[in-house]
Ligand binder design. Structure first.
Ligand SMILES: [Zn+2]
Length: 509
């Protein structure tokens, strides 16, 4: 079922004055963008056989090989390392070590991730005695220097996300964070949160997600300071509890074991860190104009998604059909049209690896670009292109403070007029939007460094980051239209006599 979003549509104030609308006819090559190719590729890339394409696993590798093979069949030129399709780099994962960590109560060990789950990735060494607070809102209990135990307090409705994960998960996470903050501030040396009946249903999911740890890229540019923590809307970010205070989550059924004050709890959480490869997949079409072909238009997607995770309604494969097989197959379709008729400037087709782990592939490529960054005239990135109302789409980076090139925005507006004619939803591009969506895809590291960049999207929905993000939910017609729109934007940027200028004084904030 398609949800009708509540839309307040603002026609974007175009840089061109009224009456000066440019009519641009798409080249005949655009007919090479075909619904049947897009549908076939989407089913291949987001089918269960790809197992959700998790970064750093053999499943991301399989999707990356598939992407490169499609690029080869289309007739792109490889633009990765040593004449290959691939730019390899390492991700670093840091997590709580299951083997060398332990938690015990009165000398009896508790099973990590099964009986008790760390709720942060911080290493910790805390031993002490418990005080049962019961209700964490009761501030009369002195928790200073003690290990505070409290039952989970339901979060305010506004803190519970409606996109991504399950309701129970989205209920549990902000509740634990808020309680950890409050009890840490009151002087607890550790916080143990006992699940209520709703959070109990999320216990295994929290354990599965938490045990994965955190990810970074070796040799990439730093993450934008505006980037929200993965899975957390910007506006709902709790203040991080002090890293030295461990926060643990236990099952509802253990409540009676925790009620007695003065039990000795020994918490030894050790972190472990290791490196392993992910990859960007890069193809090129050389430009036709010798004086412009050393400038590049970039079409950008990410091939990874969230892999095999906890089960929701009998399904554990998080297919990532909308996120981001849609843009990946759109980029392949654009490439098919591009090889038929290249633009004056060259074009790069980049699948960034490990986007879901923190924009890792784009942060690496920006630090080690296959062509000089200043020769990239436009980055046209897409993320989630196939859902929501059939006639609306978002163009992020189209209004201040996110806009870094009014000239490129104008090209996209002209391209929309010549192709899809979407009503452009500008709400999600606002700095006040609670999702902070602008900061959550691969154009950001480019935009931050002054490369004109746009982010095409049909926005979030209730199946985002769940196993329900399946190929059958994708509106292929709409996806094809957005593909034409991205293509046409690139076509205009690839042939314009002047490259799109960066707005003077632009600083991303
Ligand atoms: Zn995505």
């Amino acid at each position: 079922m398609r949800r009708l979003p509540v839309l307040i549509l603002h026609l974007l104030a175009a840089a061109a004055p009224l009456g000066a609308q440019r009519t641009i006819t798409p080249p005949a090559a655009m007919r090479a963008i075909r619904e049947q190719d897009i549908s076939r590729d989407l089913n291949a890339m987001a089918g269960d056989a790809m197992r959700g394409r998790e970064a750093g696993t053999i499943d991301e590798m399989r999707a990356s090989m598939w992407s490169a093979e499609e690029m080869r069949k289309i007739g792109l030129r490889p633009k990765g390392d040593l004449g290959s399709w691939f730019q390899w780099w390492n991700m670093r994962r840091t997590r709580i070590s299951t083997l060398s960590s332990s938690v015990s109560r009165d000398g009896r060990p508790l099973a990590l991730w099964t009986d008790i789950t760390p709720a942060t990735n911080a290493a910790a060494d805390v031993a002490g005695t418990t005080v049962f607070v019961g209700d964490a809102r009761d501030t009369t209990v002195d928790v200073r220097g003690r290990i505070a135990v409290a039952t989970l307090v339901a979060p305010p409705a506004a803190a519970i996300r409606s996109t991504t994960n399950t309701y129970e998960y989205n209920y549990t996470r902000p509740a634990i964070a808020a309680m950890a903050n409050a009890l840490t501030r009151r002087g607890a040396t550790a916080v143990i949160v006992v699940a209520d009946s709703i959070a109990e249903l999320a216990f295994d999911a929290v354990a599965r997600v938490q045990s994965r740890g955190t990810y970074d890229v070796i040799g990439g540019v730093p993450r934008s300071t505006r980037a929200p923590v993965a899975g957390t809307p910007a506006a709902a970010l709790p203040t991080a509890p002090s890293a030295s205070v461990p926060v643990l989550f236990v099952r509802r059924g253990s409540l009676s074991d925790w009620r007695t004050d003065g039990q000795r709890v020994d918490i030894r959480l050790r972190a472990e860190s290791f490196e392993y490869p992910s990859v960007n997949v890069i193809g090129e079409v050389r430009g036709t104009d010798p004086s412009l072909r050393d400038e590049y238009v970039v079409f950008s997607s990410h091939q990874d998604h969230d892999g095999v995770r906890y089960t929701v309604a009998g399904d554990s494969i998080w297919n990532g059909a909308d996120d981001n097989a849609t843009t990946s197959v759109a980029v392949l379709a654009i490439a098919r049209a591009w090889v038929k008729r290249p633009s004056a400037r060259s074009a790069l087709f980049i699948f960034h690896g490990a986007e879901e782990r923190g924009l890792l592939g784009s942060r690496y490529h920006v630090a080690h670009p296959v062509v000089p960054l200043e020769r990239i005239v436009a980055v046209l990135n897409g993320d989630m292109l196939g859902r929501n109302h059939p006639d609306t789409a978002a163009l992020l980076g189209s209004q201040p403070p996110h806009r870094n090139s009014a000239a490129l925005v104008q090209m996209a507006i002209d391209a929309n007029r010549a192709t899809a004619r979407f009503a452009i939803d500008s709400l999600w591009d606002r700095p006040t939007h609670p999702e902070g969506w602008y900061f959550r895809s691969d154009h950001v590291p480019y935009a931050e460094r002054g490369v004109p960049a746009l982010f095409f999207s049909s926005n979030l929905h209730q199946d985002y980051h769940t196993p329900r993000d399946e190929p059958k939910t994708i509106d292929i017609r709409k996806l094809t239209r957005i593909t034409q729109w991205m293509y046409m934007t690139g076509w205009i940027a690839g042939n314009a006599p002047q490259r799109p200028a960066v707005d003077p004084g632009f600083v991303l904030r």
